[in-house]
Design a binder for this molecule. Structure first.
Ligand code: ZN
Length: 306
């Protein structure tokens, strides 16, 4: 049974104190009870707020260590509100929006938080798609609209995989790739789609060995160019992603941050029919306590790129 607030009132009531937030993190991180990372013993003593001691080997277990909240100087209550805002809005929220909503002192903090949370939007060990899927590649990101004539410069090649669910789109996977070679594209398909699935692509040569790789390969048309797209589901996903990037984030995305936005979009898209937004909040918290922390200095552009 997933345990999450259904409404903002429930949320406010439930996460009014640091203790309540911490208790929720403990429960999602160790559903079977706090466990010693060294000897795997479950018998632990609570010694201070946010810290336990293993009853057998004596090691100290920090609730926030190894989560995206590690080393934070801000109250968990604020983090919980950021996660709630991020998941309760259907399209998400910009860094400026988070800064205003939470009254954060700096835009940079808001921006960094959103990036750390995006890192928690990739489900660790998530399963591959199966059934009938469309696969195509497209160029995303790059210069703002208006700058023209540079072709694909500054743009990033992304493989889009969309599962069919009747006439609708089921789940999706978006994956940045370095090039459109057979090795790369086959690798992307193998990483995201179960063998035995029906895979529809255009006639790009790079996909020609998918049958040999164990897929039921259907070519929707013969001639194709990279980025050219006649597959309806992937086409729609690409259009929605571009619109989202422009609408929520003004389209200004550095190539090195594109992955994070692809992850956020996929997280939202695959849960777009969830009746309760609280369920997204629950997933986000659940994943936030089991992904390694992203270091702030890894997020900010280096001097060379500015
Ligand atoms: Zn121990």
């Amino acid at each position: 049974m997933d345990d999450y607030p259904r409404t903002v009132m429930e949320f406010e009531r439930r996460f009014a104190t640091e203790e309540a937030c911490r208790a929720y993190l403990v429960r999602l991180r160790w559903p079977e009870g706090v466990q010693c990372p060294r000897c795997h013993q479950r018998k632990v003593w609570a010694i201070t707020r946010g810290r336990y001691e293993c009853a057998r080997c004596g090691v100290h277990i920090f609730v926030l260590a190894g989560t995206i909240f590690q080393d934070t100087k801000q109250p968990l209550r604020l983090w919980f509100r950021a996660m709630w805002y991020m998941t309760s809005q259907k399209s998400g929220i910009s860094a400026l929006g988070v800064q205003r909503a939470l009254g954060l002192g700096s835009y940079r903090t808001a921006w960094t938080w959103l990036h750390k949370l995006r890192a928690a939007m990739v489900q660790p060990g998530r399963e591959r798609l199966a059934g009938e899927v469309e696969v195509d590649e497209t160029y995303l990101g790059g210069p703002r609209p208006g700058k023209r004539g540079r072709g694909a410069a500054g743009k990033t090649l992304v493989v889009v995989v969309a599962q069919g669910e009747g006439r609708r789109i089921g789940r999706i996977r978006l994956r940045r790739v370095p090039d459109a070679s057979a090795k790369t594209l086959e690798g992307a398909v193998q990483a995201t789609v179960d063998p035995g699935s029906v895979v529809r692509t255009d006639g790009l040569q790079s996909y020609s060995q998918l049958t040999a790789r164990g897929y039921v390969h259907e070519v929707v048309r013969k001639e194709a160019a990279v980025g050219d797209n006649l597959l309806p589901r992937v086409n729609r996903v690409v259009a929605l992603f571009k619109r989202w990037l422009l609408g929520v984030h003004q389209g200004a995305v550095r190539p090195q941050h594109l992955d994070a936005y692809l992850d956020e979009f996929t997280f939202r898209f695959n849960r777009r029919t969830s009746r309760w937004r609280g369920k997204l909040f629950y997933r986000l918290v659940q994943q936030a306590v089991c992904v390694a922390p992203v270091r702030t200095r890894d997020l900010l552009p280096s001097a060379a790129e500015r």
